[in-house]
Design a protein around this ligand. Structure first.
Ligand code: UD1
Length: 347
């Protein structure tokens, strides 16, 4: 019984870690393939180390490029690896180009696919992530949903077979490492910002977002993603005085920053939930969110690009967690085992 896992970006390293450990615990063989979509040491290697992810057997070293180049290169390199390893399932995570490439390559080779974080929808087809999610869900046999909302989204698209609400694997890892989040506050009174999405890094929108951030009457600490760093320079956008740029940090350090922040500003999916688990208010710098449960909990407010960023009303506190019990990974592995037959390959 062999599982082949395809990962390649920061959030996927985080999500795959607890599942890898659950697979080891259940005695299931896992072959990890790192597409190399993220390749800077502090965007990849650091995560393998600190999250105790087993070493990848393959690194495809695909790196950056246009969507077509990047996804195409991944497909080309994944195909022979999947063929050679001939796993029972290919496991993919989330909604990046690595997710789509893993799912497409496996489906063409008639290998069953398990999609972790299935059924999320922003209903904005201009987001590359939305295309990746929809396509991946439609070729997957096992769909692991973090909540009932994602299960309902799948139902509306006619997907009901193989759908399991297991909770969020990010909550598993949050619980596992909670006691290791750094205690020291390096920045005094501040708010934490992360921002890198394609829709926020066009010249026009990035200018608007930076203007919003400059209106916050507080120090804004920003571990900056290389994409946004490049865009700020390319568009000659002036960095406002309250913005403190730092290099990208590992996940534990980021959780330390969330622990001490007044509130969170982000366009990341994961951080919207991590803020909730930390009891911190999150302002999501997007026009919509897939994680509507966080908005219903009042822990999250959407800030559209045309809005002014009003941080006067902040809800910090003990929120109810709508994303499972912290045992999603074990449930995923149980479900895979129960649906695993060596003769299950589609002919
Ligand atoms: C990708 C995902 C996004 C996810 C994010 C997590 C897609 C379509 N998007 O976006 O959903 O939220 O990862 O971080 O898959 N770069 C570096 N070093 C690196 C990686 C990237 O310098 O290690 C720079 C390059 O200039 C590159 C740019 O960042 O062109 C964008 O990287 P890419 O992997 O294409 O997408 P992300 O913005 O990271």
């Amino acid at each position: 019984m062999k599982i082949l896992t395809v990962i390649g970006t920061r959030p996927q390293f985080i999500k795959a870690s607890p599942v890898s450990h659950a697979l080891i615990g259940a005695g299931v063989e896992e072959v990890i393939v790192n597409t190399g979509q993220h390749y800077d040491v502090n965007m990849s290697e650091l995560f393998f180390k600190e999250l105790e992810i087993p070493e990848a057997k393959y690194n495809l070293e695909v790196g950056s490029g246009t969507h077509g180049e990047q996804t195409g290169e991944m497909l080309k390199k994944l195909e022979p690896v999947i063929e050679k390893e001939n796993p029972g399932y290919v496991l993919v995570y989330g909604d990046t180009n690595s997710t789509l490439a893993g799912a497409l390559a496996a489906s063409k080779l008639h290998i069953l696919i398990g999609h972790v974080e299935a059924g999320l929808r922003s209903f904005n087809r201009k987001m590359p992530e939305e295309i990746n999610r929809v396509l991946t869900d439609h070729v997957s046999s096992l769909l692991f949903c973090p909540s009932d909302v994602s299960k309902e989204n799948l139902k509306k698209e006619g997907i009901t077979a193989g759908v399991h609400v297991v909770g969020d694997v990010m909550y598993d890892i949050f619980r596992k490492f909670e006691h290791q989040f750094p205690d020291d506050n390096l920045y005094g009174e501040y708010c934490l910002l992360t921002m890198h999405r394609a829709e926020n890094t066009t010249k026009d929108v990035l200018q608007k977002r930076i203007r919003q951030i400059s209106e916050v009457a507080l120090k804004v600490v920003y571990p900056i993603h290389p994409r946004t760093k490049k865009c700020l320079k390319e568009y000659s956008i002036t960095i406002p005085e309250n913005l403190v740029l730092i290099d990208p940090v590992g996940w534990l350090e980021l959780m330390g920053l969330v622990k001490h922040t007044q509130f969170v500003l982000t366009d990341s999916g994961g951080l919207q939930k991590e803020a909730l688990w930390h009891g911190k208010h999150c302002f999501t710098l997007r026009n919509e969110t897939e994680w509507i449960e966080t908005v219903e909990q009042k822990s999250n407010s959407i800030v559209r690009e045309e809005d002014s960023l009003d941080v006067t009303t902040i809800y910090n506190g003990d929120f109810t967690n709508p994303f499972g019990n912290g045992n999603a990974s074990e449930e995923i592995v149980d479900i895979i085992k129960n649906n695993f037959r060596d003769d299950l390959f589609v002919s």
